[in-house]
Every structure is written in structure tokens, then in C-alpha cells.
Design a binder for this molecule. Structure first.
Ligand code: ATP
Ligand code: MG
Length: 560
């Protein structure tokens, strides 16, 4: 799918119809995160839908914090959520709201239900409530408090609000039907006592509404037209509508559900991601291995690639898992066009150019992009001592190994042709240094005689190179579905992070944070936020497709 086409899906069809029929003059959507963790790639799908349709159809999208549970929610999460949505490229303008803004209205509506005989204060313990709820095969049992007079419930509810009762001692429940086939309607709990300060309302309240009692009414207050959420809320919809039916609400929103985004080799649950952070399994919420928006940003995964992923995945009601490699290939395609090329050696071995004068350094011109001249050129230093990748040298090499091997000539990209004349080994038999001679006539990697040199390798000048810690990432989990065969913590990939000390062309020391470059032949990289004046740290955002690894496999298969 190209980026130009605008998406079509069942949600957009519904919106189109509602606009065409005049049911709505314009649409209003909302993205309703609970500020109890950082946003992850799954949320990106919801964000792209909520803000995306508002943009496409000339409507508005609200950012509404669903902040009804002060025991789990914190302001710094709310701040990070806003930063992440903005970074993804969306803007709620003046439409920032909080469910806590409506605590007064929700309280009044709870009183309304009590007065109408549609809610009661229950004094059963939490265990009793759970036990009496029944299950899919058994109806629930009415609470002994269910039929208490409305005045009595009213009095108790007011006293709950005044702080006269301890946490867990009393709840307000809707009076619906304890035998309802949908368990959510078996006298849903509306309010609980929680003597806890709230980040926004402080100590004004010691009773807090449940998600189900807050969400639809908040939608109604904000005149949301299309309330879009994931499929796990489908069987909450009858309750959502029950409240709208029984309250004097100012507008009638409708809820539509779509399937969650799941990504292979990772998890998309804030609660579980928090377990990873709290347990020290990752360094932080923005650890580049995390599927959080902030982790992906730090890793160098661009906002446009995340949006393109969401677009390609589309909006349906079918559950499925999207392959992580789809995101990687979208990112590669994008960065291939825009990321400047640089030279860096991740696993360095020294090359000494024996016929090049000691102490001499010259600048050679390197292209910033092989196909885009507009991206220009830069100068990189070349001299007698260079670093190349250890894997670019073989003492004994197959015929089709077009890199450095004794007696063979290869092109040192942008510089000269070099011929390997020898090498040194340590006692353990490891190659420690490679000796070469260069052809001064081949400057720029060409000769007049037009002789064929098949191999081209990258290199970094030793004296001027800058050292960096380079972090290479693999999947956070070993299996595509980390939870399929048990506890997700047992499935963590012990090799998800490898740190190497690399040498880089000197200009890379000044790469700004947030910019991507291609290290020629090894992948796309960005500077990590751990970088300081003392230490450079780079992340590999995604590797290049390694064509040599593929060729070697093929050659091995042929020789068997
Ligand atoms: P989690 O289940 O990860 O804890 P959540 O659903 O509890 O997340 P919320 O902050 O309540 O987190 O989610 C805000 C919105 O994001 C909701 O509308 C929810 O439907 C949507 N959302 C959450 N996870 C996904 C996902 N994996 N794919 C698509 N949308 C999601
Ligand atoms: Mg949820």
C-alpha cells in the first residue's frame, strides 16, 4: 500500500455514512489513556485511528486521561504520554481533558441513579461480591443490601464521600440484573472508597468511579460521536449503553471496537511492560528493546515508520499478530532514502598500509548517499593505519569471497585499491594485524587501466577515529508469542542486547540526537541518549539485509 492512498475500513465507512446521512455534522473522537505507564506500539494503532479519522474527516480528537484510579496513576506518566503522542505527529489542540474533571458530574449522576432506584450501596466484602457474581454457567445471587430504600443508599453514599467508611467497606452498585448473561451487567460496581490523594484532585475525593461508570459518561459530556476502543471492551458496550439510557446525558456517543495490535516477539500490555521495568529486566521504560513509543524513538525507529505500520495493518475486528519484521522493513525502506551514509567499524582489526608514508593524512571524498547526489559529499581522513571489519578478512577464503585475502586486491571505498601482502597472528592463532600496499594511481577507488576489482570494503582511519559503544539489539523475547508457552518472563531473550566497542569516522561524534545514519554495510544507527561528552553511545535501529550471510549459506549448501 502506498502512503498516498487514504485508508478504508469499517470505522471509516461508518463515519462516512453518519456524515452523509446528517446524523453528525462533524465527528469527535478521543484517545483515552490511563496514566499508569508508558504508551506502546499498540496504543500507536489507537492513536493513529482516533486522531487519523478526526484529521481525515475534518473533526476533532480529544486527549482524555482516564485517571480514575489514583493508586496506579502518576503525573510523570501523563507527561510522557503527551510527549509520545506529539512525537507521533498528532495534536489535540485545546482538547485536553481528564475523567477527573467530571468527578462532580459523575457523583451527581450516581445520586440520580440512586434516587431512581437504579443503584444501591452494597456492604458485602469484595470476596462476597466476587463469589455472589456467579459465572458464565451460574447466575449471580442478589446482595442482601440490594433492596434497601433509596434514602438509605443516598445517606450511605454521601457518608462514603465524606470519608466515614474505610477502603473496601462499601461500594455503590448499579441495580441491573444479577442473572444477566453478560456478567458485566450483574450489578456493576460504580464507586469504591479509596482514601488516596489524586494527582489532580488532591484530597477532594475519597471515593472514585470505576472505568465503566466514567468512560461513556465522559464521552457524552465531551459529545464524542465515535468512541473507538479495542475488542476487549465489546462486552462492556451493553453496560456503556445502560448508563446512557438511565442518565440525563447531554449527547449520545456510540462505541465501536477494533482488534488490538500485537507485535511478534514482544508484548503489548502496560502492566507487563511495567513488570519488566520494575524487575530490572530492561533498563527503563524507554529501553530501546521496549515496544514503547519512547523505547522505539530512542532506538531510532521513526514516527513515520510507526504510522506506516499502523496504516498497513489497518483496522479490522480480526485478532492477529503482526510480524516485527514488517516494522523493520518499513523502517529500512524509509531510512534507505533519507539516512546519510557513514563509515564505522563494529569489530575492528588493524590494517597497516606499508607503502603509505607514516604521519601523512589525506582527505578523501565520500558520498553521503549512493543514489541521491543532492545529499552531497563529505571528507574523511585516510592514512597509513586503518580499521576494517574482522569479517572482511579471511586467511583462507572461498573463491567468491570478494573481500580482503592474501594476495588479492580490494577497493577501500572512496580511497584506494589495496592489496593484502601479509598478516600477523597471536599465539592463539588469531589474526592481529593485516599488512597491505596501496596503489597511489587508484585514488577515489578507480584506475585509468580499468582493471576489475570486485570487492569493496569500508574502513576508518585509525588515528582520527572516534570510539563508541554500539548497542546491537535482538528481539526482547525468544518466541514469536512470548506468552504462548507460559510465563512471559521465562521467555526473555538473554541476547537481546550486545554491546561492542566500535570505531567511527570522526564526524559522527557530532551527530545530533534523533538523527539517523546508515553505517555502511551494517545498518541504520542513531546516537543514544546515554551519550555524554566523555562517552559516545550508538543504537542500531535496524540491520541491513545481510546479503553476504545469504550468499555464504548458499555456498555452504552447494559444497555439501
Ligand atoms: P494495556 O492493556 O496495555 O494496559 P490499556 O488498554 O489498559 O493498555 P489504556 O491506557 O486504557 O491502556 O488504553 C488507551 C487506549 O488504547 C484504549 O482505547 C485501548 O483500547 C487502546 N489500546 C490499548 N492497547 C492497544 C493495542 N494493543 N492495540 C490497539 N489499541 C490499544
Ligand atoms: Mg486495558
Amino acid at each position: 500500500m502506498s502512503t498516498q492512498e487514504s485508508p478504508t475500513d469499517f470505522v471509516r465507512s461508518i463515519i462516512k455514512e453518519d456524515l452523509a446521512s446528517g446524523k453528525h455534522a462533524s465527528i469527535v473522537t478521543r484517545f483515552p489513556p490511563e496514566p499508569n505507564g508508558y504508551l506502546h506500539v499498540g496504543h500507536a494503532k489507537a492513536i493513529c485511528l482516533d486522531f487519523g479519522v478526526a484529521e481525515e474527516f475534518g473533526g476533532t480528537c480529544h486527549l482524555r486521561f482516564d485517571d480514575t484510579n489514583p493508586s496506579k496513576e502518576e503525573q510523570h506518566y501523563a507527561d510522557a504520554i503527551q510527549a509520545d503522542i506529539r512525537w507521533l505527529g498528532f495534536d489535540w489542540g485545546e482538547h485536553l481533558y481528564h475523567a477527573s474533571d467530571y468527578f462532580g458530574q459523575l457523583y451527581d449522576w450516581a445520586c440520580h441513579l440512586i434516587k431512581e432506584g437504579n443503584a444501591y450501596v452494597d456492604e458485602q466484602t469484595a470476596e462476597e461480591i466476587r463469589a455472589n457474581r456467579g459465572d458464565l454457567n451460574h447466575p449471580g445471587t442478589d446482595s442482601p443490601y440490594r433492596d434497601r430504600p433509596a434514602e438509605e443508599s443516598m445517606d450511605l453514599f454521601q457518608r462514603m464521600r465524606n470519608g466515614e467508611f474505610e477502603d473496601g467497606s462499601k461500594v455503590l452498585r448499579a441495580k441491573i440484573d444479577m442473572a444477566h448473561p453478560n456478567i458485566n451487567l450483574r450489578d456493576a460496581v460504580l464507586y469504591r472508597v479509596q482514601k488516596k490523594s489524586h494527582p489532580r484532585t488532591g484530597d477532594a475525593w475519597c471515593i472514585y468511579p470505576m472505568y465503566d461508570f466514567a468512560h461513556g459518561q465522559s464521552d457524552a459530556i465531551e459529545k464524542i460521536t465515535h468512541s473507538l476502543c479495542t475488542l476487549e471492551f465489546e462486552n462492556h458496550r451493553p453496560l456503556y449503553e445502560w448508563f446512557l439510557d438511565h442518565l440525563p446525558i447531554p449527547a449520545r456517543p456510540r462505541q465501536y471496537e477494533f482488534s488490538r495490535l500485537n507485535l511478534s516477539y514482544t508484548i503489548t500490555s502496560k502492566r507487563k511492560l511495567k513488570t519488566l521495568v520494575d524487575g530490572g529486566h530492561v533498563a527503563s521504560w524507554d529501553d530501546p528493546r521496549m515496544p514503547t513509543i519512547s523505547g522505539m524513538r530512542r532506538r531510532g525507529i521513526t514516527a513515520t515508520s510507526i504510522r506506516e505500520l499502523c496504516k498497513q495493518v489497518g483496522i479490522t475486528r480480526t485478532e492477529g499478530t503482526v510480524d516485527f519484521s514488517l516494522l523493520q522493513s518499513i523502517l529500512r525502506d524509509e531510512l534507505n532514502d533519507v539516512a546519510p551514509r557513514r563509515m564505522a567499524v563494529l569489530d575492528p582489526i588493524k590494517v597497516v598500509v606499508e607503502n603509505y608514508p607514516a604521519g601523512q593524512v589525506e582527505m578523501v571524498q565520500a558520498k553521503n548517499h549512493p543514489d541521491n547526489e543532492a545529499m552531497g559529499t563529505r571528507e574523511v581522513p585516510f592514512g597509513r593505519e586503518l580499521w576494517i571489519e574482522r569479517e572482511d578478512f579471511r586467511e583462507e577464503a572461498p573463491r567468491k569471497y570478494f573481500r580482503l585475502k592474501p594476495g588479492e586486491e580490494v577497493r577501500f571505498k572512496y580511497a584506494y585499491y589495496l592489496t593484502c601482502t601479509g598478516f600477523d597472528k597471536d599465539e592463539a592463532g588469531n589474526v592481529t594485524e593485516i599488512r597491505c600496499t596501496y596503489d597511489p594511481e587508484s585514488r577515489g577507488g578507480n584506475t585509468e587501466d580499468g582493471r576489475k576489482v570486485k570487492g569493496t570494503i569500508h574502513w576508518v582511519h585509525a588515528d582520527t577515529a572516534v570510539k563508541a559503544e554500539v548497542r546491537l539489539y535482538d528481539h526482547l523475547f525468544q518466541e514469536e508469542k512470548p506468552e504462548a508457552s507460559g510465563e512471559f518472563l521465562d521467555n526473555l531473550n538473554p541476547d537481546s542486547l550486545t554491546k561492542v566497542t566500535a570505531v567511527l569516522e570522526p564526524g559522527l561524534a557530532n551527530l545530533p540526537l534523533g538523527e539517523s545514519v546508515q553505517f555502511e554495510r551494517s545498518g541504520y544507527f542513531c546516537k543514544d541518549t546515554d551519550s555524554s561528552d566523555e562517552k559516545l553511545v550508538f543504537n542500531r535501529s535496524v540491520a541491513l539485509r545481510d546479503s553476504w550471510a545469504k550468499l555464504e549459506k548458499k555456498l555452504q549448501a552447494q559444497s555439501r
